[in-house]
Design a protein around this ligand. Structure first.
Ligand SMILES: [Cu+2]
Length: 357
């Protein structure tokens, strides 16, 4: 109640001040003293506009040039070159328009500062100008959007059939990596089965999953298409691989994908950048919580032979966790036993439910 009273008093005070201000303006108009002298501040402001244009423009150019390499890491994928071309075409067209309009904005503010006796020209409407400044940007934008849409459709189209499949799952706060084993088929996973050992939720009653393996980093072969299957276990994350020009959201409950072809091995990139410690990385670029900064994963691009050798050395999840595999075997044996003992009861369990057990 007291708060309401205070608020009411404040509102009334504001109204009173508003009325007083209005009264003062009206009095000054009637007494003929409303036209005030334009002081020196007008000229100072006009000069500040020019200073801001020059200093701000120089600072912008410096910051852009200084960070250019950080913003544009060397490209290491086939589609990366197309993305880059598109980005720079857009950037140059918009850059020219931006620079011109900013220069005009600040220079005109200076040029048309207040001058005694000069009146503004009344220019409310002109159809010709309206048409020009609507049509030209519309045509340019439509061209850019069409080119972008065409390229994006090509990039996000179906992956080649022989693509290497890798699944990445984002979770607070790291990435989990899964490969299909020799059968090249990822097994069924079920979030209800997730625990400290079975972080992916492997459902080993599905035969396709028995040879699946998890890896602490991503390995991919050079010159071969790679299909990334992307999932999230909790909140929104994003798969960002700057050197491959790949970015795709990891959405809980909605698998996404992206395919690309790496063109340079990690060793080749180390030689090119002159940095023997260089590593490709996958970073989460959605602020997904307190440990977001730690969501970084190493990617190794191997020569195809080295990739095959690495793949051959991997042990499947079921091999590494025989107890998990045994528990699934036990469950399915029990189910088979039940089915034999009471076929009617077993028939009640739908097939889909059985698959997710
Ligand atoms: Cu994240």
């Amino acid at each position: 109640m007291t708060t309401l009273g205070i608020l009411l008093v404040l509102v009334l005070l504001l109204v009173v001040f508003g009325l007083l201000f209005r009264l003062q303006i009206l009095t000054s108009i009637f007494s003929g003293s409303s036209a005030r002298e334009v002081g020196v501040s007008n000229r100072v402001n006009a000069i500040l506009f020019i200073i801001f244009l020059v200093v701000g423009g120089a600072a912008f150019a410096w910051s852009f040039i200084d960070n250019y390499d950080k913003m544009n890491p060397p490209i290491a994928s086939v589609h990366g070159h197309a993305t880059e071309r598109m980005f720079w075409t857009t950037m140059i067209i918009l850059g020219i328009v931006f620079t011109l309009t900013q220069i005009l904005l600040f220079v005109y503010s200076y040029k048309y500062q207040h001058k005694e006796g000069r009146r503004a020209f009344f220019f409310p409407h002109n159809n010709k100008i309206e048409v020009i400044w609507t049509l030209i940007p519309a045509i340019v934008m439509a061209g850019l959007v069409f080119a972008g849409w065409k390229e994006w459709t090509r990039i996000t189209g179906p992956a080649p059939k022989d693509a290497v499949v890798v699944e990445v799952m984002g979770k607070q706060f790291n990435w989990l990596v899964r490969y299909p084993g020799r059968d090249q088929k990822l097994g069924v996973v079920n979030y209800r089965l997730i625990d400290a050992t079975n972080e992916f939720g492997f459902d080993l009653s599905d035969k396709n999953g028995v040879d699946d393996f998890v890896a602490p980093e991503i390995h991919v072969p050079k010159g071969h298409p790679v299909l990334l299957k992307i999932r999230s276990r909790d909140v929104l994350h994003a798969v960002y691989m700057p050197h491959f020009r790949v970015q795709m959201y990891a959405v809980p409950g909605m698998p996404t994908k992206f395919w690309f072809t790496p063109t340079k091995t990690t060793d080749e990139m180390r030689a090119q950048t002159g940095n023997p410690k260089f590593n490709y990385e996958l970073a989460c670029n959605q602020i997904c919580g307190r440990g977001h900064f730690a969501m970084k994963l190493n990617i190794v691009v191997d020569e195809p032979d080295d990739y095959v050798a690495w793949f051959g050395q991997q042990k499947s999840f079921s091999e590494q966790n025989p107890d998990v595999l045994a528990s699934f075997k036990q469950k399915s044996d029990k189910l088979a036993g039940n089915e034999a003992a009471a076929p009617e009861a077993a028939a009640v369990i739908p097939a889909a439910a059985k698959a997710s057990l």
